[in-house]
Design a protein. Structure first.
Ligand code: 4G0
Length: 231
């Protein structure tokens, strides 16, 4: 998959993209990321990317020309999606990551800034996506979040396919508790069942723990039929 990020702050991405699992995936060419700065597509002496809003008001608005030029500098590789990160977008979730990772060859992520982007940029956009119901200084953190979520689903990024299947959310439930050695730490014991070697009992215990954690912390994730109001 090819991911192109349109951003006034390309440096923001460099260390995150080199670290950890993401860095390894890019090195293995599971995905390629191009950072594209609209400022490089300006034609005036001051390399202007923003201007005052028509109709007045505070703050600046990103001009359409540098963003169109940046997006149009990317050779089209269908199927592709042009995604703008804004607070008005569809909330990102695991289903979106799965859709993007399986159905597209190319993504273009447009990171907005300031008070907003000229509305005519919408003519480039096929989807608006949001990280959540809050406002940030720019779309860079939402874009990085989306890239992390999508790239880790591409074949070869995460070691075992099984490890993805075990993900929290893969079955719509929260994760079960994990333990490693030592068997007793500061008096807190690893649950006996996990050391029993009884794989059936372990699978049952983990599923019960998932249901219990989901009921307690995120009951909204449970389908109506599975809501157990407990005691
Ligand atoms: C475009 C995304 C970009 C418009 C971007 C702000 C939060 C998110 C930006 C605006 C962002 C998110 C209209 C405020 C940049 N903040 N929740 N800031 N407006 O995903």
């Amino acid at each position: 998959m090819e991911i192109n990020v349109i951003t006034l702050f390309p440096d923001f991405f460099t260390s995150a993209l080199h670290a950890s699992l993401l860095g390894r995936a890019l090195k293995k060419q599971i995905a390629t990321v191009n950072l594209i700065n609209p400022r490089d597509f300006t034609t005036d002496k001051h390399r202007t990317v923003d201007d005052v809003p028509y109709g007045g008001g505070v703050g600046m608005v990103l001009k359409p020309e540098p963003i169109f030029a940046a997006v149009e500098s990317v050779p089209n590789m269908a199927p592709r999606e042009v995604i703008m990160l804004t607070p008005q977008g569809q909330r990102m979730d695991q289903n979106l990551f799965k859709d993007l990772s399986t159905n597209y060859r190319q993504l273009i992520l447009i990171c907005g800034h300031y008070e907003g982007i000229d509305e005519r940029v919408q003519h480039l956009v096929t989807r608006e996506v949001s990280l959540g119901d809050f406002v940030l200084t720019g779309g860079e953190i939402p874009a990085l979040t989306l890239m992390d979520g999508v790239i880790r689903l591409l074949p070869g990024t995460v070691g075992k396919k099984a490890s993805l299947e075990q993900d929290s959310f893969e079955d719509g439930l929260l994760d079960y508790p994990h333990y490693t050695r030592p068997p007793v730490f500061r008096g807190w014991e690893v649950p006996e069942v996990l050391r029993s070697g009884n794989h059936g009992a372990i699978a049952h215990w983990r599923h019960q723990q998932q249901l219990e954690a989901t009921r307690k912390k995120r009951p909204d994730l449970l389908p109506e039929g599975e809501i157990d109001h407990g005691q």
